[in-house]
Write a protein that binds this ligand. Structure first.
Ligand code: TUI
Length: 313
């Protein structure tokens, strides 16, 4: 199953695991890479020494290529990028900003760079700056998100750039994967589905919340402060929405979210923790090993294609 994304990254299946802050640890990244996809360690808001330790741990757990997701809004982004350049994982994915100023140093270190983007203009910008591929993330995704749906964003990005395009946001099973390739993508990025994997070390309460989620449970907060975030509805998201409707100050709203991911991931606090997840949470039904999750995205392609042919030919 080799295509140009697999060739670029040296992987078996064209699937990249989402760089979920806190959730995407060395254990998860290694399991995804060992399963034939590309695992990512999420730097999130962690300081550089923590990220270095994670990279070294991942190296002990896999001899396959893996990457690091650098969240550019992090106060530690600069030093994390420095550590990444020293440690040289195969790939750097970036989120929540423009990675332009790091591009040259990453290239010099032989690291492939895959920015996550949510608009045509940003895709064109990073392609011109030398990105190796782009990850086009629709608003269905979890965490910090853009405005455009996966269905509308993907073909526009495919038409706008010549480098490989990875489709992200709302891809829960083989039907979503086939749809992404139908839109012209070269690969898929999957986050939420991997929360419910054996190798994800998030608190079981977080996993159970994803398994229980229904179609309208992955809600967006923070639109009023300019940093929209999708997470599972709970006491925290309701509190956010109340403050936003009362036009509370940005500081007050942001204060509410401090430590939210840690509360969800480590403590399993499903009320005041930030259970970041995408709309695909509603389609996640069981916890299984990463290798099986990956296989499921590609195993039944022929059945999906046969159904398409029956319906439109
Ligand atoms: O980055 C993400 N998702 C994230 S980051 C994160 S950590 C966090 N924690 C608490 C509050 C906020 C964030 C959780 N989830 N996805 C990738 C992504 N990048 N989505 C959208 C973008 C993006 C947005 C603007 C990429 C580039 C961009 O450019 C803006 C500019 O003009 O610089």
């Amino acid at each position: 199953m080799k295509n140009r994304l697999c060739e670029l990254l040296g992987i078996e299946y064209p699937i990249i695991q989402g760089g979920m802050a806190w959730v995407a640890t060395a254990e998860l990244a290694a399991a995804v890479s060992n399963g034939g996809g590309l695992g990512l360690i999420a730097a999130g808001g962690a300081p550089a020494d923590v990220v270095r330790a994670q990279i070294r741990k991942c190296r002990e757990l896999t001899d396959k290529p893996f990457g690091v997701n650098v969240m550019l809004m992090s106060p530690f982004a600069e030093e994390v990028m420095q550590v990444v350049i020293e440690e040289k994982p195969a790939v750097v994915a970036t989120g929540a900003g423009n990675p332009g100023k790091y591009m040259e140093a990453l290239k010099e270190a032989g690291i492939k760079i895959l920015p996550v983007i949510a608009s045509v203009a940003m895709a064109q910008k990073v392609a011109k700056q030398g990105a190796d591929a782009v990850i086009a993330e629709g608003t269905e995704a979890g965490g910090h998100i853009g405005e455009i749906t996966t269905m509308c964003l993907t073909p526009q990005i495919v038409d706008a750039v010549d480098i490989p395009v990875v489709c992200a946001g709302g891809i829960a099973d083989v039907r979503g994967a086939v749809a992404a390739f139908a839109l012209g993508a070269d690969g898929i990025q999957v986050g939420t589905r991997f929360i419910c994997s054996d190798e994800c070390i998030a608190h079981d309460n977080y996993k159970q919340a994803v398994l229980k989620a229904k179609d309208r449970d992955a809600v967006v907060t923070g639109r009023s402060t300019g940093a929209p975030v999708r997470a599972l509805k709970n006491k925290l998201t309701k509190e956010y929405q109340r403050l936003e409707s009362e036009n509370a100050s940005a500081e007050e709203i942001e204060q509410l979210g401090v430590g939210g991911l840690r509360r969800a991931f480590e403590e399993g606090d499903v009320q005041m923790g930030s259970l970041m997840a995408g709309q695909s949470a509603a389609m996640v039904k069981e916890i299984m090993p990463c290798a099986d999750i990956i296989k499921n995205y590609f195993e039944d392609v022929d059945n999906v294609l046969a159904r398409i042919k029956d319906n439109i030919k």
